[in-house]
Design a protein around this ligand. Structure first.
Ligand code: AMP
Ligand code: GLY
Length: 421
């Protein structure tokens, strides 16, 4: 099979490395990919994730058997619809189903209608109405969410009325997220441990993957701004068997059924961002795709060939497959460029990677690297992730930290407390 991966991050690198393990996969392309990915797939730097027509033309010309659409925006823009209309198999939800991530208003209304546990909320189209509501509620912190995709920055947790008002105004009046802020959700603040569950869904059946936990804040002690994710661990120590059964019956299956009932059957990877509150697990968000860096700790534990599962999803045969997992724990530490998630400089040399190549159960996934004269250079905010597997979480942590300690990059930083509760 010839596969074309869409995207350019650590998540895509992990998917590619896993797909490559199968003999069924003869050739892998990645559009656009990055320097590190180019060691494992043929990168197409001239094709961006939103270049739908170019992706279609390339797939037709090169007789691609499957296009794997990993990032959110091409899914929301309908890339899968375009490919399928032209007879090309694609992994990922179509545009209607991708709304579950692309519109928070859609997702919240879906949960309310189908009694799926989530935070209480109201939807607003006018800033004055939202501000009035917040003033009347007079309960802080309160959570303000732009409706659409906002590069992971669309959620603001406001500690008082002034900051809530400022958040509403910046979304609706200053339009900092553009059209994504045409509507917003004001939501009840929940607390409790967070859990990420990625699940394979074929329209009807759902098979959750092993659990994970993401660390979103930039600095140790959960300080600093939100990022795309600075590290992850799997399994999530808070997610026990009882919680998993509850989520299956009250959240996972009902969500898949709800999407079918709404004539938006979901096919692909559905990501459940959950919070384990005192009242039980609740949905914080859905993503219509694999998470980053969750993928980098979940896939190393997958024993069943990924390509077989991907085909079971696209062919709606998930109920016929059994998925096996490694009992080992896995940890991923992300190396980021100084300044990230704000402004940062690029083009710094990364050294020490060759020392990691010899280590067992250690993988390096490239998020933002380029290659120049045989050297790796940084080319993004998140530069790479080092994943390590071991019998226990503690052992996996020591292994990952000792591995990433070998890597040197000017201005590079990583969190020293991944996995700390
Ligand atoms: P999201 O972009 O939806 O993943 O939200 C980013 C982060 O904001 C989540 O991982 C949570 O930590 C936090 N968050 C979102 N919604 C809530 C809520 N209702 N209560 C408390 N924290 C929340
Ligand atoms: N790690 C969170 C996400 O992928 O959205």
């Amino acid at each position: 099979m010839k596969i074309l991966m869409i995207g350019s991050g650590g998540r895509e690198h992990a998917l590619i490395k896993k797909l490559k393990e199968s003999e069924k996969v003869s050739h892998l392309y990645c559009a656009p990919g990055n320097g590190g990915i180019s060691l494992d797939a043929q990168c197409l730097p001239e094709i961006g994730p939103l270049d739908s027509e170019k992706i279609l033309a390339f797939s037709q010309k090169n007789k691609i058997d499957l296009v794997f659409v990993a990032p959110d925006d091409p899914l929301a823009a309908g890339l899968v619809d375009l490919l399928e209309k032209n007879g090309i198999k694609a992994f990922g939800p179509n545009k209607r189903a991708a709304q579950i991530e692309a519109s928070k208003v859609f997702a919240k209304n879906l949960m309310k209608k189908h009694s799926i546990p989530t935070a209480e909320y109201e939807v607003f189209e006018k800033s004055a109405d939202a501000i009035n509501y917040i003033e009347q509620q007079n309960s802080y912190p309160t959570v303000i969410k732009a409706d659409g995709l906002a590069l992971g920055k669309g959620v603001i947790i406001a500690e008082n009325f002034e900051s809530a008002k400022a958040a509403v105004n910046s979304i609706m009046e200053k339009k900092i997220f553009g059209q994504a802020g045409k509507q917003l959700v004001v939501e009840e603040y929940l607390s409790g441990p967070e859990v990420s569950i990625l699940a394979f869904v074929d329209g009807e059946s759902i098979i959750p993957m092993v659990s994970s936990m993401d660390h979103k804040r930039a600095y140790d002690g959960d300080k600093g701004p939100n990022t795309g994710g600075m590290g992850a661990i799997s399994p999530n120590p808070f997610y026990d068997e009882k919680t998993s059964q509850y989520c299956m019956e009250h959240i996972f299956k009902p969500t898949v059924r709800a999407m079918s009932k709404e004539s938006r059957p979901f096919k692909g990877c559905l990501y459940f961002g959950l919070m384990l509150t005192m009242e039980g697990p609740k949905v914080i968000e859905y993503n219509a795709r694999f998470g980053d860096p969750e993928t980098q700790v979940v896939l190393p534990r997958l024993k069943t060939p990924l390509i077989d599962i991907v085909l079971a999803v696209t062919d709606s045969k998930l109920s016929e497959i059994k998925i096996e997992w490694d009992d080992k724990a896995c940890v991923c530490i992300v190396l980021a460029s100084g300044g990230y998630p704000g402004d940062y400089e690029e083009g710094y040399q990364i050294t020490g990677l060759e020392k990691l190549a010899k280590l067992n159960d250690v993988e390096v996934y490239h998020s933002g690297t380029s290659i120049k004269n045989g050297d790796f250079l940084s080319s993004g905010g998140r530069v790479l992730g080092v994943s390590a597997k071991a019998d226990t979480l503690d052992q996996a942590l020591s292994k990952a930290y000792s591995a990433i300690g070998e890597i040197k990059m000017k201005s590079g930083f990583y969190r020293k407390d991944i996995g700390a509760m």
